[in-house]
Design a protein around this ligand. Structure first.
Ligand code: BTN
Length: 237
């Protein structure tokens, strides 16, 4: 996959989108820092130097976006596993979490957008970047977890290798959707927990998480079993 490396950009997702609109596919935009990094649901993604900020563009006719949405967090976890012994996990839908002193904190996030014909997959990982005080309660960097600086380019290369390996296996039918879902669930820290989910209509649903699949999350609530589509879940607590 072609890699476009920029020292600074507004947002790698926005930069990648411009190229994708011109027809470019199968490439990655990597930036050393972003001036207006974006998180899910219009939130800010602090993007100071030292972190990993990159966006992959794939053809959505070539790959199923729902499957890509799972192989992305799986590949991140499988990459980071080689750098820390601490417990890593995926918080639904795709927050990358690490357990420090008994609490899970956010190490990375994914902002995926499906636009006609292509998929924009933006990934942010706190590697050596300082964590701003506004988010110190909920976020952490790999440097803090491990106690030393980590080579962010090495992490990027490791990730891309794993991600591309999954893509190749999907293409050659060497791995099926079921196996990918099984992998995702293995790393899920949300299954089995009682959670409160904030939905995009501002409703909050409370229930025990029975299952997660390609389309959403299955909750046991007071009203019975409910399936909530991934796309309308803003936040899980
Ligand atoms: C989240 O809210 O958890 C998703 C965060 C995604 C951040 C990444 S950093 C690279 C890419 N460019 C952006 O502006 N956002 C994503």
């Amino acid at each position: 996959m072609e890699i476009i490396h920029l020292s600074e950009v507004d947002s790698t997702n926005e930069y990648a989108k411009k190229l994708a609109k011109e027809g470019k596919r199968n490439f990655v935009v990597l930036a050393d820092k972003q001036s207006t990094g974006k998180g899910r649901w219009g939130r800010v993604w602090y993007s100071d130097e030292g972190g990993l900020y990159f966006t992959i563009v794939l053809d959505s006719n070539e790959y199923d976006p729902k499957v890509i949405n799972l192989i992305t967090p799986i590949s991140i976890i499988e990459t980071l596993k080689n750098y820390t012994d601490k417990e890593l996990g995926i918080k639904f839908p795709n927050d990358i979490m690490v357990k420090v002193n008994g609490d899970y904190k956010k190490l990375g996030g994914i902002l995926a957008e499906l636009i006609n014909g292509y998929m924009i997959i933006g990934i942010g990982i706190n590697v050596n970047n300082p964590i701003r005080k506004e988010i110190r309660e909920i976020a952490v960097s790999l440097k803090e977890v491990v106690g030393k600086e980590i080579d962010r380019v090495e992490i990027f290369n490791d990730f891309l290798k794993r991600f591309e390996d999954y893509l190749k296996k999907l293409k050659n039918n060497e791995i099926d959707d079921y196996e990918i879902l099984k992998n995702y669930k293995k790393y899920s820290i949300t299954i089995g927990r009682t959670v409160k989910i904030l939905l995009s209509n501002n409703e909050v649903i409370t229930g025990k998480v029975y299952d997660i699949d390609f389309d959403g999350i299955v909750l046991g609530t007071e009203e019975g079993i409910e399936k909530i589509p991934t796309g309308i879940c803003i936040h899980v607590r």
